[in-house]
Ligand binder design. Structure first.
Ligand code: NAP
Length: 342
């Protein structure tokens, strides 16, 4: 394991902003993780693990510790019977490539999560979801190094505190577990309608009536390619805000003023409303902000694009303008989806 010194964190965020890391090491095995964490402890500095940086905003101050970049590869598929299969995927595997392999094997459960950027190990952290599927629904266990107890653990899904785009890994146990693999339970069955309206519309438009995992994956890829920028080409972190989950009372009073506000039932009588709609209504769809060098993507206003921002401070100033506008118009405080680190 090679430890590099004084590395720009811009190379480790698809938003391409942020200061420097004191030390960076690529980890390719479980032993690398143990060694790296021990080395950081011996130097009296913090250690942190990331994947591809697709959901990270680095502070301009940088990180004065050891950054572990997860490159752990693994892909083991166990076909249990005619219907059920289990797959263990290394945390450093590109997520979309892993989806592609499971879909090619005819398995269903994560096909709607096609083209979600980043590594496999990042998916349980925010319980990645798209088009009605979320990782919590198929996840069996998370394999991780517990830096608090210096031990290896296999955390079952029911102990991950999964919620809407959240888990214990980004809340109560943030920074404690270094995820090295996940195991999923997938099915050899075809996906069943009803699908999300945008997916359904695409299927109808293309006269698609046979729904296999491959058909749904291809549709999701086509929709995402048409609507979202490729982080390899355009600096962005995907959706910058999570969809607010609000009480029924708040929804009722919003509907009085905005009867066209889209909404879906959520847990315990709450309702989910689309952050993209709020941002658009607040006047920030396709907005180019010369003061900060930031823009919102014309096809999806939740996606912030770093056009020529100089620093994370610029991005945060742009974020504040949108937060203020949405708060003022709707009385709702949006929550940032990408993690602000360290
Ligand atoms: P869309 O299909 O135009 O829908 C807009 C929003 O409405 C989504 O946020 C979605 O919530 C919600 N929605 C739509 N149909 C729904 C239904 N039947 N039940 C419950 N909620 C429904 O959304 P989009 O912006 O093109 O994104 C499509 C999918 O990709 C969404 O699931 C979105 O979360 C996901 N996505 C995620 C990111 C990211 O960075 N995390 C970026 C782009 C897209 P949900 O978000 O809860 O699904």
């Amino acid at each position: 394991m090679n430890i590099l010194q004084n590395v720009s964190l811009r190379e480790h965020s698809t938003m391409r902003l942020g200061g420097n890391a004191a030390y960076v090491a690529e980890v390719t095995s479980r032993q690398d993780v143990v060694d790296a964490v021990a080395w950081a402890a011996s130097q009296g500095m913090p250690a942190m693990m990331i994947g591809d940086g697709s959901n990270i905003v680095w502070r301009d101050e940088g990180f004065s510790g050891l950054l572990l970049v997860n490159k752990i590869k693994r892909f083991e598929l166990f076909q249990e019977d005619e219907q059920n299969a289990y797959v263990t995927i290394g945390a450093g595997e590109n997520w979309d490539s892993a989806v592609e392999r499971t879909v090619a094997a005819g398995l269903s459960g994560i096909e709607c999560l096609s083209l979600v950027p980043g590594t496999t190990g990042a998916t349980p952290v925010q319980n990645v979801g798209a088009y009605g599927q979320e990782i919590a629904s198929t996840l069996v266990t998370v394999e991780a190094y517990d830096a608090q107890n210096s031990s290896w653990v296999n955390i079952p899904a029911q102990d991950c505190a999964f919620g809407y785009r959240t888990s214990r890994f980004k809340t109560t146990d943030r920074g404690r577990f270094f995820i090295t693999a996940i195991t999923l339970h997938l099915m050899k069955t075809n996906p069943q309608p009803p699908f999300y309206a945008s997916l359904q519309a695409y299927l109808e438009q293309h006269n698609i009536t046979q729904f296999t995992p491959q058909v749904i994956r291809d549709a999701v890829i086509a929709i995402r390619r048409a609507k979202l920028p490729d982080p390899a080409e355009v600096a962005n972190n995907g959706s910058f805000f999570a969809n607010p989950v609000i009480s029924q009372d708040t929804l009722d009073s919003l509907l009085l003023d905005y009867p066209e506000l889209p909404h879906w039932p959520a847990k315990d009588g709450t309702a989910k409303i689309p952050a993209a709609w709020l941002v658009e209504q607040a006047g920030f769809k396709g907005v180019d902000d010369p003061e900060t060098g930031m823009t919102t993507w014309p096809m999806q206003p939740l996606v912030f694009v770093n056009k020529h921002a100089k620093s994370t401070a610029d991005l945060l100033r742009f974020r504040q303008k949108i937060l203020d506008a949405v708060q003022q118009k709707f009385g709702i405080a949006l929550e940032q989806e990408p993690e602000l680190l360290p």
